[in-house]
Design a protein around this ligand. Structure first.
Ligand code: CU
Length: 148
């Protein structure tokens, strides 16, 4: 584990670029931003939110998220106030995938310990094609709401 980033780096904009485009430039170009985990009420379960922007010319598919911090991470969508698991999220070409409060989200289960404000949790985003993207996700107060 690396040391903590300073306060400036903790401010949302966690950027991670997809692996070098060895497969050509027409593929998905992905960027992850605004990632955060609200400090959970329960010790062994938390939600996760972020945005994936795709500036490439091909749709990308987020197929799973893993972390050494959580025994299991599932992807959920919310419809009519009911959440249900999904096997993949699409990041449309020229568009974005948004995971946000009340909508799409991650569920992190079997946590190694209770995340506290200021912690950073490493998530690995796996896509149908290309290299996984590593994101260092800050834990925010439960009342935190991202701008915009
Ligand atoms: Cu859920």
């Amino acid at each position: 584990m690396r040391g903590r980033f300073g306060p400036a780096a903790a401010a949302v904009g966690l950027l991670a670029l997809a692996g070098c485009s060895a497969t050509g430039s027409s593929g998905p170009e992905l960027k992850v931003s605004g990632a955060y985990i609200p400090q959970p009420v329960l010790a062994d379960m938390a939600a996760g939110y972020f945005t994936v922007t795709n500036t490439g010319g091909t749709d990308a598919k987020l197929t799973s998220v893993t972390s050494s911090f959580a025994g299991e991470i599932t992807m959920h969508t919310t419809k009519n106030d009911q959440m249900s698991g999904v096997t993949a999220f699409t990041v449309p070409a020229g568009g974005k995938l948004t995971l946000s409060l009340g909508g799409n989200h991650l569920m992190l289960m079997d946590l190694k310990r209770k995340p506290r404000v200021g912690d950073k949790v490493s998530l690995e985003l796996h896509f149908a094609k290309g290299s996984p993207i590593d994101v260092r996700v800050p834990v925010k107060p439960a009342t935190y709401r991202p701008e915009g």
